[in-house]
Ligand binder design. Structure first.
Ligand code: G4P
Length: 526
């Protein structure tokens, strides 16, 4: 059984797609699954408003805004490998969830819209990848329509991420006239043929350079020249530099036409790292063949209005997961029975009986599990906590109906545990009106909605003018509390956070108290 964990890990690839909204993440997800033949027709997986046969009955907010807040992982097999695509929520506002998902992956695919280049959200997510040392593959999408020049896009990637782009394929035909790609390592041409609406896997035909020159003429010559130029500039793939986060292999494609999707899957299998031994909180890697261990990277309640259940999504780090086994919850030492274990993607749920390192499993009825918690069998392990990011939005929350205070408290506690929002308290404000803190304002929307519909305690939210948070201690808290435009509150994890109404206030405090303890929190954009 122990060898199985290592062997199964070796054939797994666990990754996330990071992109700005509308770059084509949902389309690419469908195309990947289509290639893996999980589904027969594109459009059956992801809950996006208006899309054919996509239904989402998760939360009304998701329905109303056509976004997905809830997310988990899609698993499929491809060419003997098991691919785990961990979904990052694709909405314009950031939430902490987005970042936590990246704790669960071994690599990321950065999806770039050929016409728009590097966009803010892609960059923010990319920075989290860099922070965590996650290798990044880049896909330039939408090459079927007019966009920037390929070389210009490479400059953007280099200038904005600091990563050296190493294209594996190079487009033949300018953006808008996509004929196929030059396979830079083999030197030949992969010709794409359009199918109606990209609904089936686009046929690919390999040709030699000579055949390509004959069939594509100038478009081929131009692509070959540019590719040689890249070669001369030393932009060839090097596996060590990629794994070290110094370079990013680049592919060109069109998700909607299913062009280049196979290259992406092949590249993931060939280059993306499989799950490896994960360091515990002391930095000691836990070998894959050790008994089962995992950590919680996401907790989700109310995903399905018919079943108000609570799922904890864990990423397996070592050993074999067998449904029904009893595991130990590291932070309490208590046993946790894994009777119900599911794979969840979109609305699809299926029971998981066996899972291996790199896999994502949703544990049902996991009311005691919190984000960052570790689980293990036999040999104890605690994985490092998942950092909570510096909040930038703050609001006071109160129960609209004081008669429902009990429900209010329970709801706030629950949202805090799930990490939907951070909850800050102080004696001055009291328990009836805590301050909620978030990385993205949509977290407030989700909290308000759930307080009303799930906990039957409608709330009023009043936004506060603070925009910055710094960590401080009790001694300095007394000094800071006397300053105007500054307030110190305690977070659930015991940290004292000083909130400032803008950098001007912060700078003034720093000037007046040069010794003040004000540590930056982990910022999403560090
Ligand atoms: P997201 O999840 O990253 O937000 O993006 P999504 O896949 O929803 O794609 C956003 C829009 O971009 C969609 O158009 C989609 O069809 C289009 N798109 C995705 N990939 C490609 C591509 O390779 N080429 C072209 N030309 N378009 C692409 P929409 O009009 O918003 O929706 P729809 O009605 O087409 O579904």
């Amino acid at each position: 059984m122990t060898t199985t964990a290592r062997e199964e890990a070796a054939r797994r690839r666990t990754f996330a797609v990071i992109s700005h909204p509308d770059a084509g993440k949902s389309t690419l997800t469908e195309a990947l699954a289509l290639h893996a033949r999980v589904i027969n027709e594109a459009g059956a997986i992801h809950g996006k408003a208006g899309r054919k046969s996509t239904v989402s009955d998760w939360m009304d907010i998701e329905k109303a805004r056509g976004i997905s807040i809830s997310s988990a992982a899609l698993q499929f097999t491809y060419d003997g490998a098991v691919v785990n695509l961990v979904d990052t929520p694709g909405h314009a506002d950031f939430s902490e969830d987005t970042y936590r998902v990246l704790a669960a992956v071994d690599s990321a695919v950065m999806l770039v819209d050929a016409a728009k280049g590097m966009e803010p959200q892609t960059l923010k997510l990319f920075q989290v990848c860099r922070h965590r040392g996650i290798p990044v593959l880049t896909v330039i999408n939408k090459w079927d329509r007019p966009g920037l020049e390929a070389l210009q896009l490479m400059d953007e990637v280099r200038d904005k991420t600091g990563l050296e782009p190493t294209p594996l394929t190079w487009p033949v035909g300018i953006a808008g006239d996509f004929r196929g790609v030059l396979d830079r390592r083999a030197g030949d041409f992969i010709k794409f043929t359009r199918t109606a609406g990209g609904a089936t896997v686009a046929p690919e035909q390999r040709m030699t350079a000579e055949q390509a020159a004959e069939s594509e003429g100038d478009a081929w010559t131009f692509a070959a020249e540019e590719s040689e130029l890249l070669e001369a500039m030393g932009q060839g793939h090097d596996q060590d530099s990629f794994l070290a986060g110094k370079t990013t292999p680049v592919l060109f494609g069109s998700a909607v036409l299913n062009f280049g999707v196979r290259q992406l899957l092949d590249t993931l299998l060939e280059l993306a790292p499989p799950p490896g031994p994960r360091p515990d909180e002391k930095g000691e890697p836990r070998p894959l063949e050790k008994p089962f261990s995992a950590f919680v990277f996401k907790v989700q309640a109310g995903m399905d209005s018919a079943h108000r259940d609570r799922l904890a999504f864990v990423r397996i780090c070592s050993g074999v997961f067998e449904r029904g086994s009893v595991v130990t919850h590291a932070s309490t030492g208590k046993p946790f029975a894994t009777k119900y274990a599911q794979q969840v993607f979109g609305r699809e749920r299926s029971t998981v009986d066996l899972a291996y390192p790199g896999d994502v499993v949703g544990l049902v009825n996991a009311s005691s599990l919190r984000v960052g918690d570790s689980l293990y069998i036999d040999e104890p392990v605690t994985y490092p906590p998942i950092p909570s990011f510096a909040p930038e939005h703050f609001a006071v929350v109160r129960a609209k109906d004081s008669g429902r205070y009990k429900q209010f408290r329970r709801g706030i506690e629950q949202l805090e545990q799930e990490g939907v929002v951070q909850v800050l308290r102080s004696d001055l404000r009291g328990d009836q009106a805590p301050v909620l803190a978030a990385v993205g304002p949509m977290q407030f929307e989700v909290a308000t909605h759930r307080m009303e519909h799930e906990f039957t305690a409608p709330v009023a939210m009043d936004r506060l003018e603070y925009t910055l948070a710094r960590r401080t201690d009790r001694t300095w808290a007394k000094v800071l509390d006397r300053e105007s435009g500054v307030e110190v509150l305690e977070r659930g994890d015991g940290e004292l956070l000083a909130l400032f109404a803008g950098s001007w206030r912060l700078n003034r405090v720093l000037r007046d108290h040069p010794d003040v303890l004000l540590e930056p929190l982990v910022a999403a954009t560090d």
